[in-house]
Design a protein around this ligand. Structure first.
Ligand SMILES: Cc1ncc(COP(=O)(O)O)c(C=O)c1O
Length: 422
């Protein structure tokens, strides 16, 4: 059945349908009842018993069997450590995605508003085609000479303002943050780092050291190494200073940075998300990063921006979170959206900072910037541009926000509507 209400019989040509038409395909035996187009989940098992199994059509394994599903969960539990959690207590088995939809083996489709690494949506044909082509040709590493790594590096550098022109390619956000911190330490010759509370920056040694979120790790503040110094989370909604009082966070952070310098431990780096992704998509108070960056630089330190979650166009109005704050960091760490789910990360800094890393030894990542990764990175950037997905984040995010704000006007239980873009 097409969206106009016309019915297409089996074997009929549907090539004449316009590109915006949606096609509803139902398989049923000739003498079976016509299943409704949508049913409530509690009736799904009954209707599925009366209709043909749609799973193979969706590219899913045939016939969901609850005993087998339980077995799979138990096997995962046995092979995984308990710290590797699921999103859900009773997770649906998701084996297929298309654009912003996820499909479970029980035949339910979900709108994916959890996943923050797939700005192009799931199973994008352009990525699939580019990756398969490259996998058929070659996948080596960046010590070999090939065009895609040069093109991708130039494209990334071109997305950043001067003097950020030098790129290191890695495989994840944790690696990017780790390297970003090590670049700052190498360039300044200092080990002390100032980080925001309520932050998550990754799982490697250094990125975990600056991760202070009590929600992720209830012992975080008590167990940070001595080179990590934290400042209050500048959260204008849940923090110590709320609403207009949030302007007080900047001077307080500056005082911590000044005190460190006065006690002969000037910070080598300040690291923070440029828009509070981990704390719920809350913008930092206006002028916050300008004040903090100036203080760090006054004492000879460098500023590291974690754009892993909020950067790459997701904010809609800004490609990078630091643009919203009107600052330019010394080191930018990015990942997640860059690869649309493929492991990709990068650190972008100035030639000057990058060159000082030479004294630390050397840098090589076996798969960071491989031909396949570079092709993925280029294809994601092309598609973001060609499908105007940053513009889409402005439009759809704006509409979502307006509608949520209207709900907040009506229901006192909604405390605030944060965020920008998607
Ligand atoms: C702000 C931020 N930084 C760093 C990371 C670590 O990235 P990855 O999981 O790719 O290692 C995350 C991951 O959630 C993040 O949200």
């Amino acid at each position: 059945m097409v969206s106009t209400g016309a019915t297409v019989q089996a074997g009929e040509d549907i090539a004449h349908l316009g590109s915006g038409a949606s096609v509803h395909v139902a398989l049923r035996s000739a003498d079976g009842p016509a299943a409704p187009r949508l049913v409530r989940p509690e009736y799904a098992a009954g209707w599925l018993a009366l209709t043909a199994d749609p799973a193979p059509l969706l590219g899913l394994p045939a016939g969901s069997d609850r005993t087998r599903e339980r077995d799979l969960l138990d096997r995962r539990g046995a092979a995984f450590a308990t710290v590797q959690e699921h999103y859900y207590a009773n997770p649906p088995r998701i084996e297929r995605g298309w654009r912003h939809h996820l499909l479970s083996t029980e035949g339910r489709s979900y709108l994916d508003i959890v996943n923050n690494v797939t700005p192009l949506g799931h199973a994008h044909p352009r990525v699939e085609e580019a990756v398969s082509r490259q996998l058929r040709r070659l996948n080596t590493n960046s010590r070999f000479h090939y065009a895609s790594v040069v093109e991708f590096t130039e494209r990334l550098a071109g997305l950043l303002p001067d003097p950020l022109d030098t790129v290191f390619l890695v495989n994840s956000g944790s690696e990017a943050v780790d390297l970003g911190l090590r670049l700052a330490m190498g360039a300044t010759g200092r080990h002390d780092v100032v980080a925001l509370r309520e932050a998550y920056h990754g799982w490697t040694y250094a990125s975990d050291a600056v991760s202070t979120s009590l929600q992720d790790n209830p012992n975080a503040l008590a167990t940070r190494p001595s080179w990590v110094h934290t400042v209050d989370s500048p959260n204008s909604y849940r923090g110590r200073h709320r609403g207009a009082d949030a302007v007080r966070y900047g001077p307080e952070a500056v005082a911590v940075i000044d005190d460190l310098a006065a006690s002969d431990r000037p910070a080598g780096a300040f690291i923070g998300e440029t828009f509070y992704g981990n704390a719920g998509g809350v913008a930092l108070p206006d002028g916050y990063l300008a004040e903090v960056y100036a203080a760090v630089r006054r004492h000879g330190g460098l500023t590291v921006a974690d754009e892993v979650q909020v950067g790459y166009g997701r904010l809609g109005h800004w490609f990078w979170g630091f643009e919203q704050q009107g600052v330019v960091p010394d080191i930018v760490c990015v990942a997640k959206a860059m690869g649309n789910g493929h492991p990709l990360g990068a650190v972008i800094t100035s030639k000057d900072v990058a060159d000082r890393y030479r004294d630390q030894g050397y840098f090589f990542s076996s798969t960071g910037g491989s031909p396949v990764s570079s092709v993925v990175g280029l294809t994601v950037l092309d598609t973001l541009r060609d499908e105007d997905l940053q513009g889409n984040a402005v439009r759809v995010g704006g509409r979502l926000k307006r509608r949520l704000e209207a709900l907040a006007d009506r229901y006192g239980i909604i405390g605030a509507v944060h965020g920008t873009g998607l």
